[in-house]
Ligand binder design. Structure first.
Ligand code: BG6
Length: 498
């Protein structure tokens, strides 16, 4: 059966990965250590306890700095994309990808962040990667910072809390724009910039334990965030100057929160969460802080140092498009304490009885994606790009080597139907890049076994395996979706698998 609603002709279908979860080669060709290399695989932790998985304390930090191998630090080995990217791109091409979202590891270009000159080997790697994508007709979408800050800047500058980090980031960004100006047109500044309060260490290099009180911690995180906002605006400015037809997007997590009931008190709680979530894109699209956040700072004695001119920079260099990740929706309730809870990317929230949850406790909500698209478009009137969406699952390799991930197909099918409806209602959506289109290391749990891909990678949580790539059933399904530009979302009866 054909999808009743159509995708635009030039819709950018594809997939997304990040350097730190895919490349491996963490200390090769001059690469410096980044915050991702500190992320420890904790086999005994509850996989639904999201906060503890991300948490990096001073002790963990020291331990990781002294560990020389990758055994418990799976992001250091990734899936060896660094050496196998050509093979992987050939598979993406076979699926018909129009675009691939990747990130540049800052530490390959400036290993510590402070160097005067960039590392040529790092620059060459990404030049080769982008050329390979172009040769295969795949448009690169490149994130400048995807949880990949140099450790040196954490140790010596308190991460993004220090103003100097803006200059270092801009130096790095300019080098990238100049080197890749003929290869990359679409850029993203900071991945999920709103994650500062979910995992401050990974997002802005803030070790929360170092601060004495909740107020001081919050102040440091907001300060770091302000610096990232300014850096994002300046990067947008320079990108436009250096690459004439470039487009730069902001990138946020769309966390959609429902009120449990129509009790206005539930609605107020949900509104508060949605408003907080919007703050991050509001600053980058409207070019100014919303009043409510300034009021919050005042009331809580949070003092953010802004230089004269910062607010003009924010106002002048806003995002060209709004990119976002969407995985789940949430529920707020005044009776939260009495309700069953689910885990999730963000915090433990109230269970929504109308929705299924993934094995990691994420509430799967395809209609929520439609709501998110409509909300974002109505608010900003800017083109949108869904740059992350997907479901983490344990996959089983059958005796004949096949991987029949019908649950993944079902997930995507439902989400694609809702995207098409939103587009039909007038939302301008540039493209869709499914998260982890090839299995990579999980950002939160550092598991390999939490798989999102159309392509299976033969590697377990401890790094055992051949790293061979195997096409899952969803690979053939997605290929058909792209070939029909989203017109056929059912499994074709004549689909050849394997
Ligand atoms: C997003 C991140 O928060 O979620 C990705 O931008 C991450 O880096 C993705 O991988 C899925 O989360 P996880 O923890 O399942 O890998």
């Amino acid at each position: 059966m054909k999808n009743k609603y159509k995708f635009p002709e030039n819709f950018l279908w594809g997939g997304a990965i990040a350097a730190n979860q895919a490349e491996g080669a963490w200390n090769i060709d001059g690469k410096g250590m980044s915050v991702a290399d500190i992320a420890k695989y904790k086999p005994n932790i509850d996989i639904k306890d999201y906060k503890s998985q991300w948490h990096v304390g001073i002790k963990d930090f020291k331990e990781a700095m002294n560990a020389e191998e990758d055994t418990f630090y799976p992001k250091r080995r990734g899936i060896d994309f660094y050496n196998r990217y050509r093979e992987d791109i050939a598979l993406f091409k076979e699926m018909g990808f129009k675009t691939l979202r990747v990130s540049i590891a800052w530490t390959r270009i400036f290993p510590k962040g402070i160097e005067e000159e960039p590392n040529e080997k790092g620059l060459q790697f990404y030049e080769n990667l982008f050329k390979e994508l172009r040769v295969n007709g795949i448009e690169p979408l490149v994130t400048l910072s995807h949880y990949e800050m140099p450790i040196y800047l954490v140790n010596n500058y308190d991460g993004w809390v220090s103003r100097e980090v803006i200059d270092m980031f801009i130096k790095y960004s300019k080098v990238c724009f100049k080197r890749y100006k003929d290869l990359v047109k679409y850029w993203l500044t900071f991945n999920e910039i709103d994650s500062v309060f979910r995992h401050a260490f990974t997002t802005v290099g803030v070790l929360e334990e170092k601060y004495k009180s909740k107020r001081e911690t919050e102040e440091a995180i907001y300060q770091a965030l302000h610096h990232q906002f300014v850096a994002a605006s300046l990067a947008t400015k320079y990108c436009h100057e250096i690459i004439q037809d470039s487009q730069v997007g902001c990138m946020v997590t769309k966390t959609l929160t429902y009120a449990e009931t129509c009790n206005p008190d539930d609605v107020i709680l949900a509104q508060r969460d949605n408003r907080n979530n919007s703050m991050y894109s509001d600053v980058q699209v409207f070019g100014e802080y919303p009043i409510h956040i300034k009021r919050y700072w005042e009331k809580n004695n949070i003092n953010i140092k802004m230089l004269e001119g910062d607010e003009d920079i924010l106002k002048q260099y806003t995002a060209d498009f709004v990119a976002f990740s969407y995985y789940m929706s949430m529920v707020q309730s005044i009776n939260a304490e009495k309700r069953e809870k689910v885990g999730g990317n963000l915090v433990t929230g109230v269970k929504n009885p109308y929705l299924p949850t993934s094995e990691w406790g994420w509430q799967i909500d395809s209609k929520g994606l439609r709501i998110a698209l409509i909300d974002l478009y109505d608010r900003y009137r800017k083109p949108l790009w869904i740059v992350e969406n997907g479901v983490g699952a344990y996959d089983t390799v059958e005796n004949d080597g096949s991987i029949n991930d019908d649950y993944r197909i079902e997930y995507f099918k439902n989400h694609f139907e809702q995207i098409a409806i939103a587009i039909d209602e007038g939302v301008e959506c540039m493209g869709y890049t499914s998260w982890g289109c090839i299995d990579i290391i999980s950002a939160s749990t550092s598991q390999m076994s939490k798989r999102y891909g159309f392509i299976y990678v033969d590697q377990d949580d401890m790094g055992n395996g051949t790293k061979n790539r195997v096409k899952k059933k969803s690979f053939y399904w997605y290929k058909n979706v792209i070939a029909t530009n989203g017109e056929v979302l059912d499994l074709p009866t004549n689909m050849v698998v394997g």
